[in-house]
Ligand binder design. Structure first.
Ligand code: NIG
Ligand code: FE
Length: 397
């Protein structure tokens, strides 16, 4: 079955010879077949296909790649949010509240709750989703969270090192040993990545390095939560260990920015070495914790590869909307609309070291969206407005 999209006002390809960073092509058509992009070119030359979608002059973009989300949890923390908006600070301490609720939930409750969020994300244009564990924090419940995550995505991340659970509070190294031993072994069949929250109050540099080394030895790719609540060793550690991404990056010094820039830009070519450590910015977290936003301009001007993601979780950022994150990045972080759209699509793909998503090019997955707007600019220009008209995931509307 093939399908042609015609009457496209603006095609954002993120690749090839199109205009600007987004590779914009005007008067384009796209053909998808067997779940892949089969043809991209001038509308006048478009081949025939079994079906046709008339985009009616709208913009067509790659689907969003949300490279950072915590979707397997029970309950919510609306009261904590309310207290924060009345002046309480965010400390990450509420993570343990969600751990309690998650351990108490049944498999089906967790599966339904996570599935609902995935559906919510897809409706809003997200076609690739990374899902972390991290609210189980014991062998049984971390493995269960990852098993459920693996039913929903191939981008699964073991975050047993989210915080030290209450029962190990007095012996964090004992918990690190559990994470690196039996918990990693139980999580391994379902996980592609390992992540650690390297932050004061969570895991220090040595503990985080131990966790990442164990994950690397087990064949997992590396990701880091770092420099969210204050300056710290997370970014340098991520670069030193060759992590695909370090996420939050809110409190950086010059050496952090230089270290990230030194990892270069990944062409995502088939024979590329994939050595870039992407800085993944999560402005939903600063919004929901009423904290200063990361300095995206400084990172971009230094040549760092930047991604945007939702960080969807019940504590620090309960949004599933990549469009909202784009609007925040443009208004509050001085990213241009083109930089923000690139970061939410191609940037996310780089953070997951994926060359087959985040762009519209022959051979890439047919993951794309048709906006209810003529240009990508509208995603930031019309914040809060549901502008995603049609989403194709694996070529299927
Ligand atoms: O990415 N920083 C650590 N973890 C999550 C927050 C989790 C929570 O508050 O429940 C984050 O912001
Ligand atoms: Fe997170």
């Amino acid at each position: 079955m093939s399908l042609v999209i015609t009457n496209i006002g603006e095609l954002v390809t993120n690749s090839g010879s199109g205009r600007g960073r987004l590779g914009i092509v005007e008067d384009a058509a796209v053909v998808v077949a067997d779940g892949k992009i089969a043809w991209v070119g001038s509308a006048a030359d478009a081949p025939a296909a079994d079906e046709r979608i008339d985009a009616d002059g709208a913009a067509v973009l790659p689907g969003f790649v949300d490279s950072h989300a915590h979707l397997v949890f029970a309950g919510d923390r609306a009261a904590e949010f309310g207290a924060r908006m009345a002046g309480e600070p965010y400390t990450g301490g509420g993570i343990r509240t969600t751990v309690g609720a998650t351990r108490d939930a049944s498999d089906d409750e967790l599966r339904r709750a996570a599935g609902r969020l995935v559906t919510e994300m897809r409706r809003q244009g997200t076609t690739t989703i990374e899902i972390k564990s991290g609210y189980g924090l014991d062998v049984e419940h971390e493995a269960r969270s990852l098993r459920i995550a693996a039913e929903l995505t191939s981008e699964t991340t073991f975050l047993g090192a989210h915080v030290v659970p209450a029962e190990y509070q007095n012996d964090p190294w004992k918990y690190v040993s559990l994470v690196c031993g039996p918990m990693l072994a139980a999580a391994r069949p379902y996980a592609k990545w390992i992540d650690v929250f390297c932050e004061r109050g969570a895991f220090d540099e040595d503990q985080a390095r131990t966790v990442l080394s164990a994950g690397k030895d087990a064949g997992l790719g590396l990701r880091v939560h770092g420099n969210q609540l204050g300056p710290g060793p997370g970014v340098q550690l991520a670069v030193e260990m060759g992590a695909a991404s370090v996420d939050h990056c809110t409190h950086l010094d010059d050496a952090d920015v230089e270290a990230l820039a030194s990892t270069g830009f990944d062409c995502m070519c088939a024979d590329g070495g994939h050595t870039t450590t992407v800085a993944t910015l999560l402005p939903g977290a600063e919004f929901s914790t009423r904290s200063p936003y990361p300095d995206a301009r400084r990172l971009l001007d230094a040549g760092v590869t930047v991604a945007l993601a939702t960080d969807c979780n019940p504590g620090s950022s309960y949004t599933s909307s990549m469009s909202f994150c784009i609007a925040l990045a443009v208004r509050e972080m001085r990213m241009t609309p083109a930089e923000a759209v690139w970061a939410a699509t191609a940037g996310g793909a780089q953070a997951l070291r994926r060359g087959d998503v985040g762009r519209i090019a022959v051979g890439a997955r047919a993951d794309l969206m048709i906006l209810d707007a003529p240009s990508h600019l509208h995603l930031a220009y019309r914040p809060g407005v549901p502008l995603i008209r049609t989403v194709l995931h694996d070529g299927v509307p």
